[in-house]
Design a protein around this ligand. Structure first.
Ligand SMILES: Cc1ncc(COP(=O)(O)O)c(C=O)c1O
Length: 438
């Protein structure tokens, strides 16, 4: 690209996609945004440097594909799968969690879900049904915007705060202030974090765990990017260092483990929820009243909530996930090593951005630099996120604003998964053009 794209043509494409002009791009939904970029590419013959969508950029793990193929050939396609999950999956999930997080969770406390998306949806529902006086979910932001949409769809009340201003010891005071209201039923965060790739420290997880016990709040720990803090090597099963987890500090927790990014298996929509055994067993008045039973968490979560959402999870995908968990725990599938490719790409992209006057918005984990990984955040001078994307669009670069993630900072989220090696020079060229103009 030698000059920015023609403004009128880009604006016309934005308008054709339901926006009034390119200035509304910052507020567009991600799907609308993708549609605008695709139309510009088709009409103007330019290839964008696409950083807006969090799609795996690696092939699906072959071990999963083969296991799924085998299961289909064996005839599972005609059978409803067990709602509690097929036995090989819950068994291997339990072993995998021991191998890579060093947690002891028995197979009976695992249940498959149609992606972690369904796991989170069911969790919000369960957590706000089980106690009548607890109606609110707390988001430790920035976060994955769709999870707030899930609360909106269900009419579930939520609160949130941007953790950046409350890192380390400061987190305790902030959580005390919010949890002491008595309305919070559960709280959620992702670690590593979508969109910033910040990772909560052991000190912060200890605070979260201790206060979750003190105020009897359930933590939903979203581990979509398990062990992708590439600052240390967590690739060896059953050997430290392990993924940090709140489960070392409280029994009031559940974990979301998705096949989407770990095994690049997003298309098959497969994940598991791991329930802390103490939580799984506990009985709650709200469930007892609503469903007319003893109110046990596990049974109500699985048989009354997950069951009505999809009546189980695709049978063959469960075999795939079981095989990938097994191979990872055996040391035959190095998923950490495979996904480390994202860190390599992020390091290159961030270096090119900084060289051209951009900055990393969420750059620190307390006193450490954030890890390189799937996502990163960037800004330019004092531009707002909206202003920045409304300008970058003419330079063939796409990303989404931080605003819908609950961020209090201005900037964009970039995802490096779709970037190929041949694009680094072009990115540099386009950013040079941009920084010359602004
Ligand atoms: C933090 C986080 N949680 C959950 C998900 C959804 O995972 P799944 O594909 O398993 O539904 C994503 C996907 O982008 C994510 O970033």
């Amino acid at each position: 690209m030698e000059r920015p794209l023609d403004k009128q043509t880009v604006d016309n494409i934005c308008i054709a996609n339901g926006l009034r002009n390119a200035k509304e791009l910052g507020a567009a939904s991600i799907r609308q945004f993708v549609s605008v970029v695709k139309d510009i590419e088709a009409k103007m013959g330019v290839e964008y440097i696409r950083m807006e969508i969090g799609e795996p950029g690696l092939p699906a793990e072959q071990i999963g594909i083969e296991a799924e193929h085998e299961a289909l050939l064996a005839g599972v396609g005609s059978k409803y799968p067990l709602i509690t999950g097929i036995e090989p999956l819950t068994k291997e999930a339990s072993r995998f969690v021991k191998a890579f997080i060093n947690l002891d969770i028995p197979p009976v406390c695992f249940v498959p879900t149609v992606g972690s998306m369904q796991g989170a949806f069911a969790a919000f529902m369960a957590l706000t049904q089980m106690r009548e006086d607890r109606d609110t979910i707390l988001f430790i932001d920035p976060g994955f915007p769709v999870q707030k949409s899930q609360c909106k769809v269900q009419g579930v009340r939520y609160e949130s705060f941007d953790v950046i201003d409350y890192r380390g010891k400061k987190l305790e005071e902030k959580l005390e202030e919010i949890l002491s209201s008595g309305r919070i039923s559960g709280m959620i965060y992702s670690n590593p974090n979508n969109p910033t790739w910040m990772c909560l420290t052991e000190e912060e997880l200890e605070i979260i765990g201790r206060l979750a016990t003190k105020y009897d709040v359930i933590v939903v720990e979203d581990l979509a990017y398990l062990n992708m803090d590439f600052r240390e090597d967590r690739s060896k099963p059953f050997e430290p260092p392990y993924q940090p987890s709140v489960a070392r500090y409280t029994e009031n927790c559940m974990h979301l483990l998705s096949g989407s990014k770990m095994f690049s298996y997003a298309g098959q929509r497969i994940a598991v929820v791991a329930l802390n055994p103490a939580l799984a067993d506990r009985c709650y008045e709200g469930f007892a009243k609503r469903y007319g039973n003893d109110g046990q968490f596990r049974r109500n979560f699985i048989f009354n909530i997950l069951y009505v959402l999809s009546s189980g999870v695709p049978h063959s995908a469960q075999y795939a996930l079981a095989a990938m968990f097994r191979a990872a725990s055996d040391g035959r599938l190095d998923y950490v090593g495979h996904t480390r490719e994202y860190a390599r790409r992020a390091a290159r992209v961030k270096e090119i951005m900084i060289k051209n006057g951009f900055h990393i918005v969420y750059d620190k984990d307390c006193d450490q630099e954030v890890s390189d990984g799937f996502f990163f955040t960037f800004g330019y001078k004092d531009m707002t996120g909206e202003q920045l994307i409304n300008k970058l669009i003419y330079y063939g670069i796409s990303a989404i604003t931080l605003a819908p993630t609950g961020s209090t900072r201005q900037g964009l989220r970039g995802c490096v998964s779709m970037i190929s090696d041949y694009q680094y020079d072009e990115l540099d060229k386009r950013l040079q053009l941009f920084s010359r103009d602004y």
